[in-house]
Design a protein around this ligand. Structure first.
Ligand code: ADP
Length: 423
């Protein structure tokens, strides 16, 4: 293990099937260069002699199949070469999925829908990224679905969504390029806050992804890779089962939890292939603080960009020009429910939110719905705004938006997620 210090360049020689793992120290940057050989980061190949920069908190593994020489400079928290990795297992999974795609091509059926499940911090997102990247590198166009409302890869926290992937993920930012993502607003960072709404949105997303497969042969053959959240107990487990049914998954990869593996085998039909795989020793457990920071960073990235800066707009909107709603009414005791109404109905009910100072710093989703006659709960969203100011006297909201005025739609959905715009 070496710690790389400021100003110094440190060379690492990797044998085949090894990885260099490093973490970037807080408020520091680390530069990486591939000097010779071939290497990849979570499935995306590196270009020789190109300098890649990683920022504060980054946790990276540079893997090589055939051996390589790497150089690091900047401040790392840790940097070491690991010889034991589950990468061979993961690539075997990829190979099996690819065979299913080839079969789908000849049989005129659909490619594999694979879901990655497990508790928090076992590398679920990373395995999804690997599988998607490897598929893309073979010329496939897989659909990536992220059901993790806490630490999702596609949009900001509090959402689920899907994306058709054409290019490997960006090495430095770690993201897939966002071309026409399909995003649904949930509004909370844990499914537990409104599990009925969560399951409803998962069903909706599954329907749309399946419909897309019916009109796009290439997408259908390429299949779907689904990331899930780390909540796998009680209702969380039920949500995993629900997602598996909604997406009609063919394969489930369970990372690091034998019990979950056994439970799923017991509760899902036999034709679903369920495999247990180890987590990588490199996966770093993230502290609560780190999670809070990375959620915040995700919202900031939405408005301001990362390595390519974005320039959001701030402008005023009259209270009377928007309709602010939240999904989910407070629960009444059964005895007080109006006749014929079920408790679940309340979870999906739209409630008007009168403008007030309480909206300050909240993120709001801009619904695709045009009028209140549309199915607002199940409509996808166009994007997000943040409330930077509320003037109760003038009756205007000052909003931060990715595009210039006017707001493209007037129905806004309140999220628990907050962002303090310090720019
Ligand atoms: P999960 O989705 O299960 O919560 P992630 O895939 O997000 O877990 O991984 C947690 C963290 O560990 C991420 O910051 C990721 O970059 C890092 N990580 C994953 N695999 C490795 C590895 N082999 N070496 C070093 N860091 C890794």
């Amino acid at each position: 293990e070496k710690n790389v210090d400021e100003g110094k360049r440190v060379e690492f020689k990797l044998d085949k099937v090894c990885e260099l793992r490093f973490e970037v120290e807080n408020n520091e940057e680390v530069e990486l260069e591939l000097k010779s050989g071939m290497a990849e980061i979570f499935g995306t190949e590196l270009i020789q002699n190109k300098k890649y920069v990683f920022y504060s908190g980054g946790k990276i593994a540079v893997f090589t199949w055939h051996g390589c020489v790497l150089e690091l400079s900047g401040k790392t928290e840790v940097a070491y070469i690991a010889k034991e990795t589950p990468m061979v297992m993961y690539i075997n999974t990829h190979a099996a999925l690819e065979q299913m795609r080839v079969k789908a091509e000849t049989d005129n059926t659909s490619g594999p829908t694979v879901m990655v499940v497990g508790p928090g911090d076992v590398g679920k997102s990373t395995v999804c990224k690997l599988l998607v990247n490897y598929a893309v590198r073979l010329g496939r166009r897989p659909t990536f679905v992220d059901l993790d409302v806490g630490q999702g890869q596609i949009s900001i926290p509090g959402t689920i969504g899907s994306l058709s992937v054409e290019r490997p993920a960006d090495v430095e930012e770690g993201n897939f390029s966002l071309q026409a993502p399909l995003i649904y607003h949930f509004g909370h960072i844990s499914p537990s806050v409104n599990i009925n709404l969560y399951n409803c949105l998962v069903s909706q997303l599954a329907d749309i992804v399946q419909m897309r497969g019916e009109t796009n042969r290439k997408a259908a053959i390429s299949g779907v890779v689904i990331n899930t959240c780390g909540w796998v107990k009680g209702l969380g487990y039920k949500a995993v089962i629900h997602a598996a049914q909604a997406f009609e998954v063919d394969v489930i990869i369970v990372l690091d939890q034998e019990r979950l593996h056994n439970d799923l085998k017991r509760d899902l039909p036999k034709f679903v292939k369920i495999v247990l795989q180890p987590k990588s020793g490199g996966v770093v457990e993230r502290s609560r603080q780190h999670r809070v920071e990375s959620r915040d960073a995700k919202v900031k990235e939405y408005f301001y960009g990362l390595s390519t800066p974005l320039y959001p707009h701030q402008y005023d909107v009259k209270f009377s020009d928007v309709t602010i709603l939240k999904i989910g009414a407070p629960l009444l005791p059964d005895s007080l429910l109006p006749l014929g109404m079920k408790q679940e109905d309340a979870h999906l009910k739209l409630v008007a939110v009168p403008p007030s100072n309480q909206l300050l710093h909240h993120v709001l989703a801009v619904s695709m719905a045009l009028t209140s006659d549309d199915d607002i709960v199940r409509s996808n969203v166009m994007g997000f705004i943040c409330i930077n100011g509320v003037d109760m006297e003038k009756k205007v909201l000052t909003i931060l938006a990715p595009a210039p005025r006017p707001l493209p739609r007037s129905i806004l959905l309140l999220s628990d997620v907050q962002f303090v715009d310090t720019h």
